[in-house]
Ligand binder design. Sequence first.
Ligand SMILES: Cc1cc2nc3c(=O)[nH]c(=O)nc-3n(C[C@H](O)[C@H](O)[C@H](O)COP(=O)(O)OP(=O)(O)OC[C@H]3O[C@@H](n4cnc5c(N)ncnc54)[C@H](O)[C@@H]3O)c2cc1C
Length: 242
Amino acid sequence: MIEPASESVPAPLPATLYPLADSIGAVSLVQHVGSDKMIANAARVSFGGDSDAPLSKRDEKLIGYLLRERHGSPFEHNLITFKVVCPIFVDRQMVRHRVGVSKNEISGRYVEVAERVYIPSQFRQQAKSNRQASTEADERLDQDAAAGLYRSAWESAYAAYQGLLALGVTREQARGVLPQALYTESYYTFNVRSLLHFLGLRDHDGAQYETRLFARAMGELAEPLFPVTFAAWRSLDEQHSA
Ligand SMILES: Cc1cc2nc3c(=O)[nH]c(=O)nc-3n(C[C@H](O)[C@H](O)[C@H](O)COP(=O)(O)OP(=O)(O)OC[C@H]3O[C@@H](n4cnc5c(N)ncnc54)[C@H](O)[C@@H]3O)c2cc1C
């Protein structure tokens, strides 16, 4: 179904967000296809009711109904592509999302890995109640000592990487000494269904703080493109957590 022109022109967007506030880690909106209207049309085609009329209140109600009743397929006829520059440990969590997600990543076999490292501004402590989680550190954690160790570890790892390259070792082997705090960069393409699933798991208290910041940035960039769907999804989430 062809969208009316006014439907397909999105509101101006902040194209790039910097989740870690270090001017390296970034989420950029690269492109998108589709709209709330397309989601309603994909559902309405079941009974020959799709149209190129502007999004109506009935369409909005339908989108809420589809989300509530978990009719997922109408949310798949669209795409949103992000460029994500994130620490390798964040990317390792993102790449676990397999369904409705496409990814292409910079290759450490083709190019020399750049010296771009994520340095936490604050170190956290291991949570007591949840073995995966972290909590804000108390005064027993020596922030300066942690920062010093962290820095010397990646500096020495990166120096070893460059030393190996200088000796003539291939990039694909030399990268084996590099730490997970180094940045990697990828294009990620989601559809709205897979993005909402991803956000439900990763923009969540249980997710790692840094990964959550990246997920939240992706949600912020996508929300103005599918405002009705996001509003319905967020209200569903609030009802569940109420
Ligand atoms: C807080 C948190 C902690 C985590 N901790 C760990 C951990 O310690 N170790 C670890 O290995 N992983 C961990 N994960 C990753 C997690 O197990 C999932 O791999 C990841 O969240 C992707 O979710 P998903 O499989 O639902 O997404 P997708 O891969 O995108 O799949 C989407 C949905 O498709 C269906 N689906 C996909 N594949 C299959 C299949 N093979 N068979 C049947 N149905 C399928 C499921 O309904 C699934 O929910 C963690 C995730 C979170 C959010």
